[in-house]
Design a binder for this molecule. Sequence first.
Ligand SMILES: [Zn+2]
Ligand SMILES: [Zn+2]
Length: 384
Amino acid sequence: MLAIQRMEPECSSSPSSTEWMPELTENCAVCGDRVNSCRLGPPACLGCIVFFRRSIIHSSKYRCLRGESCLINYEFRSSCRYCRLQKCFQTGMKQSAVRRRDCIGPRRPSPCSSDPPVLYPETDVQFIDRLIRIQTRQFEEHKKQSVVKSRRATVSDVNRMFKWSINNALEWASQFDPFQKLANEAQKCVLSEYGFSFFLIDQGFRTKCEKASGYWMLQNGTYLHSDYYYGQTDDVMETDYNTVRSHFEFVKGLQIAIQKPFESLDIDMFEMAALKSLLLVSREFSSYFFFTSTIFNFPASFPKPNIFSDYQERMEALKERCSYELMEYLSSKYTDTFVERFGALIIILGEIRTAVKLVYNQTKVSDLFDSKKFDPYVRSFFLS
Ligand SMILES: [Zn+2]
Ligand SMILES: [Zn+2]
């Protein structure tokens, strides 16, 4: 087990804040955007932190084309890298803070401690990179066990996909030490929601990759089609109108909420891994809940109370690390649009949480998702 030490609070952020980013009153000293942290000295937004860090690590040499006095604000911060870097230095960002951080992980360098706590034993491996290896292996496993010829999914396919998702989610969550420390029952509780996010994310990704327009692909290569009867064999039983209609709405809902953004962003393996991680470590188990629970009558125990309340600071730190690595990855791949792309991914997080509730709802009305027909292991995750 890793030895975990407390993270120091960033600036004045309140640990109880449920906002995506810590809520701070100050603005980024460089560009005026919303402050992410003071880890490099002055309060700064994530964009400027990433920019400064990359510049230092790569020893970037920039040139100004306009007399070295460009205005750097939120709108123009990307227009001159030379002047932006100068402004970073002027506001007090320190090269040493970057170097230090690289050795100890994402935390504010603490001037009073000569022996900084180690966040991860393997300092040279980025957290999300390690998770991508797990993801790649899980996807290869799915491919190996896929049907040879795609066909309409049956209830036993759906059952099996839940099992895969729960097991994949368990392996994933086990990479996060607060999860490991939970009692079995609590872990199960987390998985009953988290496993269902895997169900949706992995299927959304497969659907995107196969460019299967009109289909919603399951991990094993079977599909759901919004037309309930599509691809059914001749010996179909009569199905009542409500089932057919709710099936249509369910599949369309997934296509709009997940498939469409996955396709339009052409989401990649790194972003997938980041989304899965952020889903676990960010606690906002849905502002939609009240709304949907009223309509669909979810059991009162859903969503779960904050199971990680004992490890809140550690979860905050993990959230910061994951969002930081994501932002840094995006900044190298999408030089001009990475901030917008980051925002778009965060919106997808919310969509996934909402869609998990659609899945629960579907188990009440659909023969394909009829939990009574699932095996006891999978069924136990619906009841917990
Ligand atoms: Zn900034
Ligand atoms: Zn300039």
